[in-house]
Design a protein around this ligand. Structure first.
Ligand code: PMP
Length: 433
């Protein structure tokens, strides 16, 4: 596959964009960051004319596929009346009402542009509500790139994480404030007993427990039976705010997010990504008794670009299509077809491939483990081997995310899923065991 034009543009980019990209995660692309020209349905085409069946879906947002006509039409129509009023507009109200009716905890909400911002606001609000400073977060979870949560995301080596019962709060980036480690208590995920012990001992310091409902940023790890219920119970018992980060699970596991799927209602939740088919929008939503501090302005949330017309229109259209076309049934069905197919071809080719997740998104990695339950166990994945698999899949026209997460969209069909499975079979057959 030829990437000549992409390479030239990337070299040019490096002279003007830091690292040649606009988000750190885009740097790690094969064979280098590519330039794309167009996306339609389940396909994306690069500037060299290579077409890929896309399981990246812009890291999750494109739940209806690229360039969905109804989304584009609604965006055009809504934007033709205005783009941003620095004031209220009807479509924004209608979207909020819709979201309130769909999301169990969403008694009140605020719109922002990115998941990172809404996560940031959730932690600020939790501190204000409780008068406490720290929050519990879990190893390997991602809650955006801001300072508060830039500790405990990951570590280069397993040893860097320290003792399991008392993990090192590993910094993710340079440039953080000096004592940022003191703000979070980092714990391994999916260990209800350890969480209970720590919270019982330290609840007076803890404003919030923040978690992804399914750990999608390292592997794709479902919550153990009653883990989320334990978080709920501890938060109730000790007056701690339960924050559920639904940036990936939201509108992917169902119209009411993971909180509906797992039947656990948090105090606050963050939605983004799949909500608006690639237009910038997120929400912080939650129970009125907490959100009222945002209503009163005692906790400040703001943003010039918030609730811009294109994003609101895209969200309205996306939610409409998701419900009307019963998209979630399709995402689970195709996800199962793909996961089962990948497991079958791995067995046939004798490759230690672990495929794990609910279906609308799932993780694929090389390991002999039968299951991966927390971040530490993800160190058992052979990441180099997955990088080689990804490169070969891409050379055969299948685009994947480097960290092994696969996303399904409503634009995929059975034949395309089958093509992905057959391509994986060919690649796996040629790889060392
Ligand atoms: N939370 C989770 C669970 C995420 O996966 C992400 C993004 N991958 C974020 C928050 C941050 O969202 P954004 O990139 O829109 O700031």
């Amino acid at each position: 596959m030829n990437h000549q034009k992409s390479k030239e543009l990337y070299d040019r980019s490096c002279r003007v964009l830091a690292g040649g990209v606009s988000s750190e995660f885009r740097k790690f692309s094969y064979p280098h960051p590519l330039f794309y020209a167009a996306g339609k349905g389940a396909y994306i085409t690069d500037v060299d004319g290579n077409e890929y069946l896309d399981f990246t879906l812009s890291q999750g947002p494109l739940i209806l596929g690229h360039s969905h006509p109804e989304v584009l039409a609604r965006v055009n129509e809504e934007s033709s009346r205005g783009q941003l009023f620095a004031g209220q507009h009807l479509a924004e109200l209608e979207l909020a009402e819709k979201l309130q009716s769909l999301i169990p905890c969403a008694e009140l909400m605020r719109f922002s542009l990115s998941g990172s911002e809404s996560d940031h606001c959730a932690l600020r609000l939790a501190r204000a509500v409780t008068g406490r400073a720290k929050f519990v977060r879990f190893e390997g979870h991602y809650h955006g790139w801001f300072d508060n949560v830039a500790v405990g995301i990951g570590a280069p080596n397993l040893e860097d994480l320290g003792e399991r019962e008392n993990p090192n709060p590993v910094r993710w980036t340079q440039g953080l404030p000096p004592n940022i480690e003191d703000e979070s208590i980092v714990l391994p995920w999916n260990d209800a007993e350890l969480l209970r012990r720590i919270v019982e001992a330290r609840h007076g310091e803890i404003a919030a427990i923040i978690t992804e409902p399914v750990m999608c940023n390292s592997g794709c790890i479902p919550p153990r039976e009653s883990f989320l219920e334990t978080v709920r119970e501890l938060c109730d018992r000790f007056g701690i705010v339960f924050i559920l980060d639904e940036v990936i699970t939201g509108f992917r596991l169902g119209m009411g997010g993971a909180q509906q799927f797992y039947d656990v209602t948090p105090d606050l939740a963050i939605f983004g990504k799949a909500m608006a088919s690639g237009y910038p929008i997120s929400i912080l939503c939650g129970k009125e008794k907490f959100m009222r501090l945002v209503s009163s302005g005692e906790v400040i949330h703001a943003g010039t670009m918030n609730s811009g017309h294109p994003s609101i229109a895209a969200a309205l259209a996306t939610l409409e299509v998701l419900a009307r076309d019963n998209v979630h049934e399709k995402l689970f069905r195709l996800g199962k077809q793909l996961m089962d197919g990948l497991r079958d071809v791995a067995r046939e080719t004798d490759q230690p491939l672990l495929v794990q997740g609910p279906g609308p998104m799932f993780h694929v990695g090389f390991t002999s483990q039968n299951e991966v339950c927390d971040f530490r166990e993800t160190f058992g994945y052979d990441k180099k081997k997955y990088a080689s698999f990804l490169g070969q899949m891409q050379d055969k026209g299948i685009r994947l995310i480097g960290r092994g997460l696969w996303y399904i969209s409503a634009a995929h069909n059975e034949a395309e899923i089958d093509r992905a499975i057959q391509t994986a079979r060919a690649v796996l057959a040629g790889m060392p065991r």
